[in-house]
Ligand binder design. Structure first.
Ligand code: ADP
Ligand code: ZN
Length: 296
């Protein structure tokens, strides 16, 4: 049986796993994201130890925070590029693993990885076009379009989407260092905390924060629906742990689209159209295993 390695490379932690799928994860490790040398070194030591215990890996997958270079012909393929995270700008994350482990390495964004896992094992099985959006420390989206991960020019940056903000209703100018009030600047976990003075997880369900949050998400999702025509949208990330947000987002999307797009998914079946991840917070690291599988 093929044995894959996977790394969900996040700005806070690297989650590493060895296995072949959700029912067969043989070993995991969580490594704090410090310097590239230390973090990559620890992850490498984990996989080398697993190879001694379990046998050789067939391939490795890395689902990474970004922006990343994904073009296979680029000399910087496998690099984290223009990140604001100190010490990680222009870092080769694929090379050290490929050289030390001698296996093919699949590489994609963290959200494309999560999308791939949801496609293989979760809430997007059988679909060929869908979006996976995470609303957490940042906001990012991955998409499968006609059966292929969407890369294009670079890769989608769905969190940095511009949307209308009514300064009367929401005087908060936004927290994105690049754009101020883009979607991430308005609706990420840290943006909510900055606007309301306490962590999103501490805001009660009846707090006005949630109607505003649902409105921003509904505006963004409606635009993804109009541009990509997804068959489903999966909303993950820490902020979406607030399950009461889902019905608000469903109503918001219907209001924004205003019955223009005629599809049952957008009317009576909208609760099955905009959904939480079936794999929960394991989507990221399972996505890395799925990337390894694709690379093998
Ligand atoms: P990351 O984006 O770093 O992978 P998460 O998806 O968990 O991690 O996102 C972290 C953000 O989500 C934080 O800003 C945190 O305040 C927020 N968050 C975490 N849990 C909850 C919760 N239960 N309800 C609302 N917000 C949450
Ligand atoms: Zn932005």
């Amino acid at each position: 049986m093929a044995l894959w390695g996977g790394i969900e490379a996040g700005g806070t932690k690297f989650v590493c796993a060895v296995g072949s799928g959700p029912e067969d994860v043989r070993a995991t490790a969580r490594i704090a994201t410090t310097t590239p040398e230390a973090t990559v070194g620890e992850a490498l030591a984990f996989f080398q130890a697993q190879q001694r215990a379990l046998g050789p890996l067939t391939a490795l997958g890395i689902a990474s925070f970004g922006p990343v270079e994904l073009h296979p012909e680029s000399p910087r393929h496998g690099f984290i590029t223009s990140t604001a995270k100190p010490g990680w700008r222009d870092t080769d994350v694929v090379g050290p693993f490929r050289r030390a482990l001698g296996v093919p390495v699949g590489f994609d964004t963290d959200v494309n990885g999560a999308a791939l896992a949801e496609h293989r094992w979760g809430a997007a099985q059988g679909l060929d076009t869908f979006v996976y959006l995470t609303v957490g420390t940042g906001i990012g989206g991955g998409a499968l379009v006609n059966g292929r991960m969407l890369h294009g020019l670079l890769h989608p940056e769905m969190g940095h989407f511009r949307l209308p903000r009514d300064p009367q209703a929401d005087p908060f100018p936004g927290a994105c260092p690049f754009h101020g009030d883009c979607l991430e600047g308005l609706a990420s976990g840290p943006a909510m905390e900055k606007r309301w003075g306490r962590p999103a997880g501490e805001l009660p369900a009846e707090h006005p924060a949630w109607a505003l949050q649902a409105n921003y998400l509904a505006l963004a999702l409606s635009s993804y629906i109009c541009t990509l025509s997804p068959q489903r949208i999966i909303l993950g990330g820490g902020v979406m742990a607030q399950r009461h947000l889902f019905p608000l987002v469903h109503a918001g999307v219907r209001r924004v689209l205003n019955d223009y797009i005629q599809a049952p998914a957008l009317t009576e079946r909208i609760a099955e159209y905009i959904v939480p991840p079936a794999l929960g917070d394991r989507a990221g690291v399972l996505g890395a295993l799925a990337l390894a599988r694709a690379a093998a």
